[in-house]
Design a binder for this molecule. Structure first.
Ligand code: DC
Length: 236
């Protein structure tokens, strides 16, 4: 499949598939499944922002203090590994992947993601990974800013109600008392922050295929993406 894609498109280029979408749209699951079907790596860029958030929390960085942020970024020792479609994050050589979705990290990551110096740092990590290997990369600004030259671009979304319903089961593991309304409110706040920030806001770029996953499963979304990829190859 991959060699076909590479032959069809450009042998000298690595294959880049970019997926953006709002929180809880299912893009993480879909990106992982698509990467596994294609036998390539999957980069969850949210994990990078979450990893830096853990670093800032450990170092008790005041997010409003530019000098504290900059010095914490200078001391950042963050590494990622790709395993079975998952992005593992190591901070100071310690695997912190299981903490990336802790409630406090989730509640802070979107505030960290608006800091220009953080985005610059993450962009350089992303480019290092994406420069020389085939990958599926998912996040908020992948189709627009990080990989605008990706051969395939998708914007995955779902209704707020559906996204909240899906996220509720995950959040109840850590917070059994949480209600659907609270999850909905949390997702809505993150949507507003991601879509209205000044740098690299979440946008649906015109050359990204829109997929609404409100009423279809992750398996169906992946099949739709594979059909689009195959169709493009046939028409080359
Ligand atoms: O996808 P996620 O929920 O794991 O992302 C965590 C945070 O990082 C979220 O607030 C959005 C932000 N993010 C971003 O700004 N740009 C990306 N490419 C990926 C994530």
């Amino acid at each position: 499949m991959i060699s076909l894609i590479l032959m069809g498109i450009d042998e000298t280029k690595v294959l880049k598939i970019a997926i953006d979408g709002p929180a809880a749209s299912g893009k993480g699951t879909v990106a992982k499944m698509l990467a596994q079907r294609l036998g390539i790596i999957c980069l969850d860029t949210g994990a990078l922002y979450r990893g830096i958030t853990v670093h800032f929390m450990n170092s008790k960085v005041n997010l409003g203090h530019e000098s504290e942020v900059n010095s914490a970024l200078e001391n950042l020792n963050l590494r990622v590994c790709h395993q079975g479609g998952s992005t593992l994050v190591f901070l100071n050589d310690k695997d912190i992947t299981e903490h990336l979705h802790d409630i406090e990290v989730s509640a802070t990551a979107y505030k960290v993601a608006v800091i220009p110096a953080v985005r610059k740092k993450v962009r350089s990590i992303q480019h290092e990974i994406a420069c020389c290997q085939d990958l599926v990369c998912e996040g908020r600004d992948i189709t627009s800013v990080v990989l605008p030259d990706a051969q395939f671009k998708f914007y995955l979304t779902a209704s707020l109600e559906e996204r909240a319903r899906r996220r509720l089961n995950q959040e109840r593991i850590q917070n059994p008392g949480i209600t659907l309304e609270q999850v909905k409110q949390g997702i809505h706040e993150r949507d507003v922050a991601d879509m209205t920030r000044e740098i690299s806001p979440l946008v649906h770029v015109s050359d990204a295929v829109l997929i609404d996953a409100s009423h279809i499963s992750a398996v169906e979304v992946v099949q739709r993406m594979l059909d689009i990829i195959n169709d493009k190859l046939k028409n080359l």
